[in-house]
Design a protein. Structure first.
Length: 253
């Protein structure tokens, strides 16, 4: 994979176009490493994208055939690679944007689901294809998909592995918008401009609150919300936001 930073945005590019950007375990670990070092003091956002005509074809099936691990060893292997990728994406304090300029299949669909925003070209196709190789959705798919599209639709996608286009993916809530290919970069850039203008540490805390509270009872969620709020109340971002409101001006974060 490739990584570069421009204007405060970290661009993370899956770079195996000959394999439709299918992820090996090493690719998953490398992407996790990149997500782990995202810093709200340096990065306003990160963009996930694929080189060539696919976003990501999922896990590399050829490497699955080559594995020589028992179930326990394979569990540890998954936890250290695709599991760590999922954790790094969920725990990032920088917002993630998926630029889906081609098919997102299996773990590729999960990557789009892990992002905070996902824009896709109309002919991009999405498939929760794990059942085709006798596996459950991973890279966070079994957790996130029902939250994004609802349990019944998640079952439909996971049981059948059918392909849906970007327009239906947007209707389901899997992506934010289907965008004509000629307008995709402009749409992503407009979103990035908005994110650049927001206090990144505050956005990260909102992200943390939403993700941490997904599995909590309401009273625990409220307690966690209060904790994060009290921490943010003692930041320069909060002070500037209040001052700007009182001065009748736009805040400078």
């Amino acid at each position: 994979m490739r990584a570069d930073t421009r204007d405060g945005v970290r661009y993370l590019t899956l770079d195996r176009p000959e394999a439709k950007n299918a992820l090996t375990a090493e690719d998953a670990a490398a992407l996790a490493d990149e997500l782990d070092v995202l810093d709200p003091d340096e990065h306003d956002a990160a963009v996930l994208r694929g080189e060539g005509d696919a976003f990501c074809a999922g896990g590399d099936v050829a490497s699955m055939a080559d594995k020589d691990l028992d179930a326990r060893e394979y569990y540890e292997h998954l936890a250290a690679t695709f599991g760590r990728l999922t954790e790094a994406a969920m725990e990032s304090r920088v917002p993630l944007v998926a630029r889906v300029d081609g098919d997102a299949v299996g773990a590729g669909l999960s990557l789009a689901a892990l992002a905070d925003f996902a824009y896709a070209v109309p002919d991009a196709r999405f498939s929760c294809a794990f059942v085709r190789v006798g596996l459950v959705p991973d890279t966070g798919g079994s957790f996130l998909l029902p939250h994004l599209v609802g349990l019944r639709q998640a079952k439909r996608l996971a049981f059948t592995a059918e392909f849906v286009d970007a327009a239906e993916a947007a209707d389901l809530g899997l992506v934010n918008r289907a965008v004509p290919e000629s307008e995709l970069d402009d749409a992503v850039d407009e979103l990035l401009d908005v994110l650049r203008a927001r206090p990144t540490r505050t956005v990260g805390a909102i992200r943390q609150a939403f993700h941490d509270n997904l599995g909590r009872e309401w009273d625990d969620a409220l307690d966690h919300e209060n904790l994060l709020q009290s921490q943010l109340s003692d930041t320069a971002e909060h002070e500037e936001g209040v001052a700007a409101f009182l001065d009748g001006r736009e805040p400078e974060f």
